[in-house]
Design a protein around this ligand. Structure first.
Ligand code: AMP
Ligand code: MG
Length: 342
């Protein structure tokens, strides 16, 4: 029962956190809560230098939040979104994220498209003022959505007039990569961060065991559907339960948009969890493969060797890739199938 309570509370927080409390005296542990990028973040690091390392990490979060925000009129993204077709010189971090977004856009046939911002605004997801747009408006706005028209030349970005970017699909993953870099540079060997449920780990737990990370049950988002054991990896989930509204027609409309038609993606998936070494790749892919749907997601995994994934379908089935299956415990009632490379 105790374990169950711990699990239920975990809801995408680090499962081991419940136990870490008891270990405070054995290991010097630092913990920090930050609200940034519109979400709650928790950072935990172990070892001598952990306190100072987390201070530096929190500063980096604040810096990236300001740099990438769509609403802060000093941010790189704001400058691009108000550039009226002119070139904008951006920071290296911004350029690196845009470069990765274009690369993953290409690899996923445009399922990831960071020029989706005008559509998100129309649905009211940016201002929490939700509405169902009409088809004609979406069709018109989609004319200004195409990541292939972003020009990136070093750190100079040019987008056509009326194009607007939103890096929400991969900014948190980039941020957790940066945090790992800072912690490593500060000689921290064991850490775990959760940026609004997007988890990334450094090394192993201080006792030498693997980190245990809870994966949210999309059908009951306050509880876990499984526990995954990892080291040195990110576990990043995109789900239809994370941000949504119920329309006047009684239907649920969520925040992951299919750039093909401007509507919330409806390709059979309710959540996609990506596990891999690169936070930015895991974050970008979780959003992209959610849009791509089951077959395309599996196809993408078969062609690439740098990640594993857990797909949950709207028919309550779990598909897990073979690279991670032995490190995953399904605690849900859902049926689970292991996907192989063939
Ligand atoms: P995530 O929670 O990582 O799946 O990211 C979802 C966020 O990415 C949304 O809240 C939007 O800001 C943005 N977004 C939604 N659909 C797309 C898409 N197809 N391509 C790129 N970004 C998207
Ligand atoms: Mg994402």
């Amino acid at each position: 029962m105790k374990k169950f309570l711990c699990l239920a509370a975990a809801a995408l927080l680090v499962f081991s956190g419940c136990r870490a409390e008891n270990k405070k005296s054995e290991n010097s542990q630092a913990s920090k809560d930050v609200f940034a990028m519109d979400t709650y973040m928790n950072l935990k690091a172990y070892g001598e230098n952990s306190e100072a390392a987390l201070e530096a990490a929190a500063d980096e979060i604040t810096y990236l939040d300001e740099l990438l925000s769509v609403t802060n009129n000093n941010s790189d993204i704001w400058k691009i979104n108000n550039s009226a077709g002119n070139s904008v010189s951006v920071n290296n971090d911004t350029a690196e994220i845009i470069k990765k977004a274009i690369e993953i856009g290409d690899k996923t046939n445009g399922a990831l498209d960071i020029t989706i911002y005008p559509i998100l605004k129309e649905w009211g997801f940016t201002a929490d003022d939700h509405k169902i747009p009409d088809k004609e408006t979406l069709a018109m706005l989609l004319e200004n959505v195409d990541y292939q028209r972003i020009k990136l030349d070093g750190s100079i970005v040019t987008v056509p007039e009326n194009y607007q970017l939103d890096l929400g699909a991969l900014a948190k993953g980039y941020t957790s990569d940066k945090i790992m870099e800072i912690l490593r540079n500060n000689n921290v060997e064991s850490a775990v961060v959760s940026l609004g449920g997007n988890v990334q780990t450094l090394g192993r737990k201080p006792d030498g065991s693997l980190w245990k990370i809870a994966v949210t049950d999309p059908f009951s988002p306050n509880s876990a559907m499984g526990i995954i054991e990892i080291e040195n990896k990110a576990v990043i989930t995109s789900g239809n339960y994370e941000r949504y509204f119920i329309g006047e027609d009684g239907k649920i409309y969520h925040h992951i948009i299919d750039p093909a038609d401007g509507y919330p993606a409806d390709n059979g998936l309710v959540s996609v969890t990506i596990i891999g070494e690169s936070g930015i790749m895991c974050d970008a892919l979780s959003t992209a493969l959610f849009v791509s749907g089951i077959e395309n997601a599996i196809d993408h995994w078969r062609k690439n060797n740098d990640f594993d994934m857990i797909l949950i379908t709207d028919e309550k089935e779990i598909f897990i890739t073979e690279g991670i299956a032995d490190n995953f415990e399904n605690v849900s009632e859902m049926n689970m199938e292991v996907v192989t490379k063939e």
